[in-house]
Design a protein around this ligand. Structure first.
Ligand code: S3P
Length: 429
């Protein structure tokens, strides 16, 4: 993995080209594969994670061809998936592993999902428990991957999510597609709702919890999915455009699903200059163009309820907070410790190297700003978001910043560094 070398810029200006939404891409690929009928996935990202989902589906006998207008998937139906010859390699992608575990639980053969070093350390009991309740055999090694599944003959369950996780919710709803009677998931804190939107599932409130049900009657048909630009990729530029003086950026065609855009709410409350225009609807998701201009920010306490909605953006929020006046506090975000890296440790240790005033909590962090950061050697921890977050920090730091292994940004945003270079306004010393 090569390093990223970052030098400060005099501003960022223009319209970055963004990858398609990673969460929606995984789901579109899976739904297309298990559909009765063919699908086209337009604007499917070249990022490593969604590509892992395509290759796993290919191993399960789904014909997939990438053409100019998108990825063409011949739907084989859940019953048409075939026993793979070799372990299913999910690469770095937790979404691939957890969602595919749900699908495979409906299949009457043995399959094993494996991942890279990072994914092999991520907790899987959260999906094994409900899938076992449904009747699947799920074997883990000390709660971790590889995940070996022997599925088929599932029974419906009612399941209260013990952890606010869209991956767990989606895993169960996908398993529910193999059962005639409804399986119901209850969530007390709203997590991203792409799966239910894409399957056309309603949610109802029962005792203050959202209840979402799926059954075999909800199996999808073939169709065209147009994948919006990824809000989580836009997030790096929303923060960078806010904190780098003389910046003016437009993020075009970005998904603004309200279960994903907590960063807009938080940055606005910190004083950011953000405009959302040209809102339109696209394959059941709203998209818009988002403008950002540099503005003085102030710190705040992020409310715990919004955490699942901003979970992937908390690391970049931390960088913004180093440039905001006052204190920013994030708590209730312990899930950050079990992402592609321990993201609390990663941001605290890296930002400390650059001179930030940041304190680590078990479930979050606290930052006092503004601080003039100084360049240094930081680590990507082999985590794509940490690589990009520390690159943005490098743009506001004095001197040079080296992000070790920065190239892992390709997991969700190939060409990230090139975009930064294209948008950079030269710094006048
Ligand atoms: C995702 C859900 C979130 C998020 C991840 C993608 C998804 O994970 O952090 O990047 O596509 O469902 P959890 O479900 O573990 O919270």
């Amino acid at each position: 993995m090569s390093d990223f070398v970052i030098t400060p810029v005099g501003g960022l200006a223009g319209a970055p080209s963004l990858p398609g939404d990673k969460s929606i891409a995984h789901r579109a690929a899976i739904l297309a594969a298990i559909a009765d009928g063919d699908s086209i996935l337009a604007n499917f990202p070249e990022s490593a994670d969604p590509q892992s989902t395509l290759s796993v589906l290919g191993q399960l006998g789904v014909p997939i061809v990438t053409e100019r207008d998108g990825v063409h998937v011949e739907g084989v139906g859940i019953d048409g998936l075939v026993k793979p010859e070799t372990p299913l390699d999910c690469g770095n992608s937790g979404t691939t592993m957890r969602l595919m575990a749900g699908v495979l639980s409906g299949c009457p053969f043995e399959s094993t999902l494996v991942g890279d070093e990072s994914l092999s350390q991520r907790p899987m009991n959260r999906i094994a428990d409900p899938l076992r309740k449904m009747g699947a055999r799920v074997d883990l090694v000390d709660g971790l991957p590889p995940v070996t599944i022997v599925g088929g003959n599932l029974k419906p369950i009612d399941y209260d999510l013990p952890v606010a996780s869209a991956q767990v919710k989606s895993c169960i709803l996908l398993a529910g597609l193999s059962v005639d009677e409804p399986t119901t998931v209850f969530e007390s804190i709203q997590t991203r709702d792409h799966t239910e939107r894409m399957l056309g599932l309603d949610s109802i409130l029962i005792g203050g919890k959202r209840a979402i049900s799926s059954s075999s009657g909800d199996r999808p048909g073939g169709r065209t999915w147009v994948i919006p630009k990824d809000f989580s990729a836009a997030a790096f530029f929303l923060a960078a455009g806010s904190i780098i003086p003389n910046s003016k950026l437009v993020l075009q065609g970005v998904g603004i699903n309200p279960t994903r855009t907590g960063l807009l709410t938080v940055l606005r409350a910190m004083g950011a200059e953000l405009t959302v225009i040209n809102e339109r609807s696209f394959s059941g998701e709203n998209i818009a163009d988002i403008g950002v201009e540099s503005a003085p920010l102030h710190g705040l306490a992020v409310s715990e309820e919004i955490v699942p909605n901003i979970i992937d953006e908390l690391p970049i929020l931390a960088v913004a907070a180093t440039q905001a006046s006052g204190t920013t506090i994030v708590r209730g975000a312990g899930e950050l410790r079990v992402k592609e890296s321990d993201r609390i440790h990663a941001i605290v240790s890296n930002l400390t190297i650059l001179g930030a005033d940041i304190t680590e909590h078990e479930d979050g962090f606290e930052i006092h700003g503004p601080t003039r950061l100084r360049g240094g050697h930081v680590d990507s921890f082999n985590d794509h978001r940490i690589a990009m977050v520390m690159s943005i920090a490098g743009l506001v730091a004095d001197g040079q910043t080296v992000v070790r292994g920065g190239e892992c940004a390709d997991v969700s945003f190939p060409g990230f560094l090139r975009e930064i270079e294209n948008l950079s306004v030269e710094k006048i010393a």
